[in-house]
Design a protein around this ligand. Structure first.
Ligand SMILES: Cc1ncc(COP(=O)(O)O)c(C=O)c1O
Length: 422
């Protein structure tokens, strides 16, 4: 029989003493309702919270602009021309990549398109794009528009893999089985590493291997995986990936996206690519030559000069991941999510996220009646921040950098109070 969890507030406090977060490094929003001054913020899978270092460091970059004007491109503490390189190594460490496989630029869907320009190359019978039926809408729209761009019918080109009838999440073996059966018709597999709706963490290495064995290109949308679960994109042989920085990476609304291109592709002269003046070797940038000389790195996928004031928050945030370490963070994440799961089980909630810790990140999704109404009441009456996803899912994300056991306890007891367990 599963252990019966101690539902007392004192126990939540005791766990926080024993297994503290790094919450002091973050601004926690004030609560609107309830007994506690701070929000119990369980929406970091939607928008992470600001690190306290972000504002002063961003102000320092703004101050450099005021002081240096155009000279800031080449002088000052963090000159702008090579600024993006400050993000490369920490981003590479975060996703298990080599530095020349990584670049931070643009936003996520834009990058998925730029990567598909290179990696979605339908030919003959091999035209299909495989996504999850529960793919985030932006990915669905992006792949359908790519199919149309190639003159293909999106309804037959895009294959949406669904969970089995009566099940909520995809099974890796079903994805692998599809690729074994139909792989010769698949040009591209583009899946979410952690699904936005269910919180399921797919078996990225197994699916990547199966897709590549079938002759397809395998790319990953890691919006919900980066900064959430340990990744080893290089070792897993992933062809390409992209992620945003505003969820678990706490870099602010609409923050820049990271890109991974496996090193076997970075100097392939046959790959089509959209280019601009930032796609060429830095030393040739001001030669104003008619033809680019792309570096053998993910930097070649850059097009425009980067937005420095958007890069600053990503740089500050990535430092936190270097300080804490993804393994340490993941270990706390597993303990914290496990505790929330026990509390939710105790109040009789319906959890759709997989129960195995290695099949999920820091998110539990619940099936509820009126998700939007519940989210409002949780906030207004209890100061608990959760979110709702169409049509009937309530998402709770115990992001381990700043969420406390007490926050989880507040969420579960608020849900119980609202008649959850009745
Ligand atoms: C899985 C996933 N893909 C794509 C997007 C869209 O990201 P963007 O608006 O940054 O392009 C999101 C946004 O939340 C997402 O969760």
């Amino acid at each position: 029989m599963a252990d019966v969890v101690d539902m007392t507030e004192a126990e939540a406090r005791r766990r926080d003493e024993a297994d503290p977060s790094w919450r002091d490094w973050f601004h926690i929003p004030p609560a609107e309702g309830g007994r506690y001054p701070e929000a119990a913020y369980l929406a970091g899978n939607s928008l992470g919270l600001p690190p306290k270092d972000t504002q002063p460091e961003l102000l320092a970059d703004l101050e450099a602009w005021a002081r240096l004007g155009v000279a800031g491109h080449t002088t000052g503490e963090r000159p702008w021309l090579p600024y993006h390189r400050l993000l490369t190594e920490p981003a590479a460490r975060l996703v298990g990549a080599l530095p020349h496989e990584t670049v931070v630029m643009n936003s996520l869907t834009v990058n998925l398109h730029l990567l598909m320009v290179s990696f979605y190359r339908p030919a003959g019978e091999r035209t299909r794009i495989v996504i999850e039926d529960h793919a985030f809408s932006s990915d669905s729209y992006a792949v359908r528009s790519q199919a149309r761009f190639h003159g293909l019918d999106p309804d037959t080109t895009v294959v949406r893999l669904a969970p089995r009838p009566g099940e909520d999440v995809l099974r890796t073996e079903d994805v692998v089985d599809y690729l074994r059966r139909e792989g010769s018709r698949v040009a591209l597999v583009l899946l979410g590493g952690v699904n936005y709706l269910t919180g399921e963490l797919l078996d990225i290495p197994a699916i990547t291997a199966a897709g590549r064995a079938a002759g397809a290109v395998v790319g990953w949308d890691l919006a919900h995986a980066a900064g959430n679960v340990p990744l080893r994109l290089h070792d897993w042989g992933v062809d390409f990936a992209a992620w945003c920085s505003y969820k678990y990476l706490n870099s602010g609304p609409g923050a820049l996206s990271g890109v991974f291109v496996h090193e076997r592709h970075v100097d392939d002269p046959h790959l089509p690519r959209f280019e601009g003046w930032w796609s060429t070797e830095p030393e040739t940038r001001f030669e104003m030559a008619p033809v680019s000389r792309p570096p053998a790195s993910a930097d070649a996928w850059q097009i425009s000069n980067p937005p420095i004031f958007s890069m600053g928050p990503v740089r500050t945030s990535l430092r936190i991941f270097d300080k804490v370490g993804m393994e340490t963070l993941r270990a706390r994440s597993i303990r914290l999510t496990g505790y929330l799961e026990q509390l939710l089980d105790a109040i009789g909630a319906t959890i759709v996220t997989p129960r195995e810790p290695d099949r999920r990140g820091a998110q539990l999704s619940l099936r509820v009646q009126d998700a939007n109404g519940l989210v409002q009441r949780l906030w207004q009456e209890y100061g608990v921040v959760a979110d709702a996803r169409h049509p009937d899912i309530l998402r709770l994300a115990p992001a381990p950098l700043y969420v406390s056991y007490h926050d989880c306890w507040r969420a579960a007891t608020a849900l119980a109070d609202l008649g959850w367990g009745a």
